[in-house]
Design a protein around this ligand. Sequence first.
Ligand code: 13P
Length: 246
Amino acid sequence: MVPRKIAAGNWKMNGDLAALSQLDQMAGSIDGGCDVVICPPALLIHPMASKAAPGIHVGGQDCHAKTSGAHTGDLAAAQLHDAGATHVILGHSERRADHAETDADVSAKAIAAHQAELITIICVGETEDQRDSGDTLQVISGQLAGSVPDCATAANTVIAYEPVWAIGTGRTPTDDQIAEVHARLRADLSDRFDDGAQMSLLYGGSVKPANATQIFALPHVNGALVGGASLKAADFTPIIQALSKA
Ligand code: 13P
C-alpha cells in the first residue's frame, strides 16, 4: 500500500462564516485523486462539516490532552469529533512558539486525539538558525521521536514537515533540502513503526499553485499542508489538482 495523498489547508486564525462559500468551488475540483482536508478556526468546524461539501474533510488546529475539565478556552479531541472534525493538526510551529508546546505535549495530545478517533497531522520543522547551524536533520528526528506517540499508525497519523522559516515568507527550501528531510522522516518512521512506510508525509511552507507540481514530484512527498494559499478556492484548487495528478 502506498501512502495516501493529502492536500490539507490550515486556515489558522483566518476566515468567517462567509468564507465557507469557498468550499463549493473547492469541492468542484475534487476527483478522488487525493484526500482534501480543511482545518478552519474551531468556531467554523461545525458549520463547515455540516455543509458537507463532497470530499472535503474538516479538521481542528489543536486539541487538549485531557478529555474534559477546567481548562478555559481549550477544546477536547472528542469535542472536535463531535463537531464533525475527522482530523486535527498538532504541534504546529505557531503553537510550539506561541503556547510553549513541547514534543511531550504534542505526543499527549496525539494520544487523546487518537482515542477520539481523529487523524492527527503532527508538525515538525527547524528554525532558520537550526538550519544555518547544520542541525536540521537532528532537530527533525528529535521532534518526530518526541511528538509521535507509540499508538501512531498509517491510518491515524500524518506527518507534516514545515520549516519555520518557510511559513508565510514566500521562501521555500530547495528540492534537495525537502527531499533530504522527507527521506529522513521516512527512514525514522519505517524503523519505528511496522507501517511507517505507508504514513503520509506532507510538506508545508509557502506552497502555492506555482510551486506545487514541483514539490509533489519529490520523493516521499505525499501532499502539502497549506496556509495562506488554502484560504481561497482560486489558489487551493490548482494545488489539489496538482496533487491529484502527481
Ligand atoms: P503558508 O502556506 O502560509 O506558508 O503556511 C504554512 C503553514 O504553516 C501551514 O500549516
